[in-house]
Ligand binder design. Structure first.
Ligand code: HEM
Length: 454
């Protein structure tokens, strides 16, 4: 019998990055390593494992800094994983994100040929993610990570990128972000459930996000093998975006007759006002109190807005998480959820500036789930870049769609809907990759590989 305060999931074996929201404010760094010698790679792993944070008490916000670690298919190969184990991974993970470009709609400027090194390259092996509440703690965790490989000639750092919270917890477009994540069943002690759950969204089965537990179909995934490797592990789709803030502001300016209308159009595109207040609850005007109220700003659905008059069908958050809007459809929305750890990089473009300053700024998303294909890939290909499911033809997501100057955005309205044309791509993909984020015991299992053969 579990004690009332014990979550049903083995949170002490699941990595913190899976369940724990980033601190606020946050700073952090992503580091990518290349491994040219399996034994040295495993030595690095042995040294770094004590510093990889578990998800214990993830709902308690204060933890000064933590490290997460994940591997690409090429990385697992470089670490000497047995062939049978490598072959047992799902096809999309084995191929890597770049090879899935046609499915993901990564064409034109978003094509892998335009990605930053090492994305889409076989030299991306190990990804480290460090989240911290200040520079000093970040430096301490990064130093521990550096110590794990600094004297290993065949383990090299091939990429580093800093990220940081922008003022007010906004993304570069000016919207509050990091507001919504599904509630993972069994991941939190019962007496704290109220902190993470809302009445309008049921908890989602843990197996959707962590291997080793039943998922929404009542199944427990059986791959990759062996069980020691997959238990408490999950997959991460890593996506880095450049955000063209000037293009976003200019587009709003050309389409709106007043600053108020600009704000309304921006909110229609996202489905929330910049304060975070959802259109579903505040359809006419922003409500910053609601936006900042974590008990209320996610407590909504679309069942009473089936004409999209409050929140357009095509708004980013409604497309990408239709909540109860598809309840009469064959689609089971719960099969297409993932956890989202979003971070921003670069500085904010000063308020009111309409000229691009050429600076790099944007967002990096870790989209986390046990089923890459029916979660991230499905959402990206069917909901973000195709409008069929909402009877919108080829209309794409107004914000993350690959719109390229020819995008359309439909705003239902009485007596006539409004259609915006000529949407540019406000964001462009700078890189991405699929990673496997094992549980802590599985990390030990990988580190021990090769022990028998010396
Ligand atoms: C630069 C690219 C992106 C921007 C600017 C962006 C912006 C936003 C904003 C402002 C929100 C509302 C606040 C929040 O809950 O965080 C949001 C929510 C969300 N976004 Fe994105 N996003 C981006 C990329 C993505 C991608 C690539 C995915 C997945 C394919 C995604 C999935 C989601 C989901 C699932 C939500 C929560 C929906 C809900 O509230 O029901 N976003 N995004």
């Amino acid at each position: 019998m579990l004690k009332p305060s014990t979550p049903a999931l083995d949170v002490s074996d699941i990595q913190a990055t899976v369940l724990r929201p980033r601190p606020s404010p946050y700073v952090g760094e992503y580091v990518v390593l290349r491994i040219d010698d399996a034994a040295q790679g495993r030595e690095m792993l042995r040294r770094i494992i004590p510093h990889v944070a578990p998800a214990d008490e993830w709902w308690v916000p204060s933890l000064p800094g933590w490290l997460g670690i994940a591997f690409t298919y090429q990385g697992l190969k470089a670490l000497g994983l047995p062939q049978a184990s490598l072959d047992s991974f799902p096809i999309e993970f084995r191929q890597g994100m770049a090879a899935r470009a046609a499915i993901l709609h990564d064409f034109g400027g978003n094509a892998p040929s335009n990605w930053e090194y090492p994305f889409g390259n076989s030299e991306m092996h190990v990804a480290l993610a460090v989240y911290s509440d200040n520079e000093q703690h970040l430096g301490e965790v990064l130093e521990r990570a550096r110590q794990s490989h600094h004297d290993l000639a065949h383990v090299s750092v091939v990429y580093r990128m800093r990220f940081n919270e922008l003022p007010g917890g906004r993304n570069p477009f000016g919207f509050r972000d990091g507001l919504h994540n599904p509630h993972v069943e069994g991941s939190v002690a019962e007496e704290h459930i109220a902190l993470v759950a809302t009445a309008s969204e049921p908890p989602i089965k843990a197996g959707e996000f962590v291997m080793g537990y039943p998922d929404e179909l009542g199944q427990i995934v059986q791959a990759p093998i062996p069980e020691e490797l997959r238990h408490n592990g999950t997959f991460v789709a890593f996506r880095k975006f450049q955000m063209d803030v000037a293009a976003f502001r200019n587009y709003l300016r050309t389409q709106a007759a007043s600053p108020e209308e600009e704000e309304l159009l921006a909110a229609k595109m996202i489905g929330r006002w910049r304060s975070g207040a959802p259109l579903a609850l505040a359809p006419e005007h922003d409500d910053p109190t609601l936006g900042g109220d974590t008990n209320r700003n996610n407590d909504f659905g679309y069942a009473d807005d089936m004409k999209g008059l409050k929140c357009p069908f095509s708004a980013h958050i409604r497309r990408i998480n239709p909540r109860d809007a598809l309840k009469d459809d064959v689609v089971d929305v719960n099969l297409h959820k993932f956890l989202r750890r979003g971070t921003n990089y670069g500085s904010a473009l000063p308020e009111g500036v309409l000229e691009d300053d050429g600076a790099e700024r944007g967002g990096v998303f870790l989209l986390i789930g046990a089923h890459l294909q029916r979660q991230f890939e499905f959402v990206q290909s069917q909901w973000a870049t195709d409008g069929n499911f909402i009877s919108h033809g080829t209309e794409q997501d107004p914000v993350i769609g690959n719109n390229d100057g020819e995008g359309v955005f439909t705003i239902p309205k009485v007596p006539v809907r409004r259609r915006l044309h000529g949407l540019p791509s406000f964001v462009s993909v700078r890189g991405g990759e699929y990673c496997f984020m094992p549980g802590l015991r599985a990390l030990q299992w990988i580190a021990r590989l090769g022990d028998d053969t010396g």
